[in-house]
Design a protein around this ligand. Structure first.
Ligand code: FE2
Length: 219
């Protein structure tokens, strides 16, 4: 069984081979594009990136589900685990859109990015699931860093720290007086879990081993 340490926020998978380097270059390229477009507008940047981050889990779940059907194999619980990842990312998005609505430009960007990324990622996952999971792992690494920057901005007083939305309180079982900072800490831990799951998944696939049982986070 995979062991996940969500408190390790600095872990980085060192790329080895073309697949890993392609995944890292793609994620760094998209991250640089997002920083160019949004700068320090973390809320807007996060909304657009979360619409992308919620895609790989659902794509991987779909493809694994179909593969298990074709090969008459058990999924060992991974389809549910990957769908949970997609749901968690969608919840991250809902937290931010309950605080701020994207403008017209951002709505168009979301539309274009989803159309391009969903179809591209589906093909990558179909032909090289290892690369697809490595991409998701590096995305999560980037999100851990991004939420760290957001927390620094709040702590420095440069960003507001309003009461957190009710849906975040319910989803992460936060205290009723929780602030946005508390939800971001929970989201950063989610991303650390997704990082470790996807990197582990990619490594298992690259070594041609059977999938382990889904991970149990270390609380
Ligand atoms: Fe997220």
């Amino acid at each position: 069984m995979l062991q996940i340490d969500k408190t390790d926020l600095t872990r980085h998978h060192t790329p080895s081979g073309f697949s890993d380097r392609f995944a890292l270059a793609l994620v760094r390229g998209l991250g640089a594009l997002a920083r160019t477009l949004f700068g320090r507008r973390y809320g807007n940047r996060t909304i657009v990136l979360e619409t992308i981050a919620a895609v790989p889990g659902m794509v991987a779940a779909t493809i694994l589900h179909l593969k298990c059907l074709r090969r008459l194999q058990d999924d060992r619980g991974w389809v549910r685990s990957l769908m949970d990842e997609a749901e968690t990312q969608r919840t991250h998005l809902m937290v931010f859109v309950s605080l701020d609505r994207p403008n017209g430009f951002e709505r168009v960007l979301i539309l274009l990015a989803q159309g391009l990324f969903y179809n591209t990622h589906f093909l990558i996952c179909l032909f090289s699931p290892r690369t697809a999971h490595r991409i998701a792992g590096y995305f999560a690494e980037d999100a851990v860093r991004g939420y760290g920057e957001y927390l620094q901005e709040i702590d420095a007083g440069r960003r507001e720290n309003p009461p957190t939305p009710d849906l975040a309180i319910a989803y992460w079982n936060l205290s009723p007086d929780a602030r946005l900072r508390d939800a971001i800490v929970a989201m950063q831990e989610d991303e650390a879990i997704h990082r470790d799951i996807n990197h582990s998944f990619a490594t298992v696939l690259s070594e041609g081993r059977d999938l382990p049982a889904p991970p149990t986070p270390i609380l």
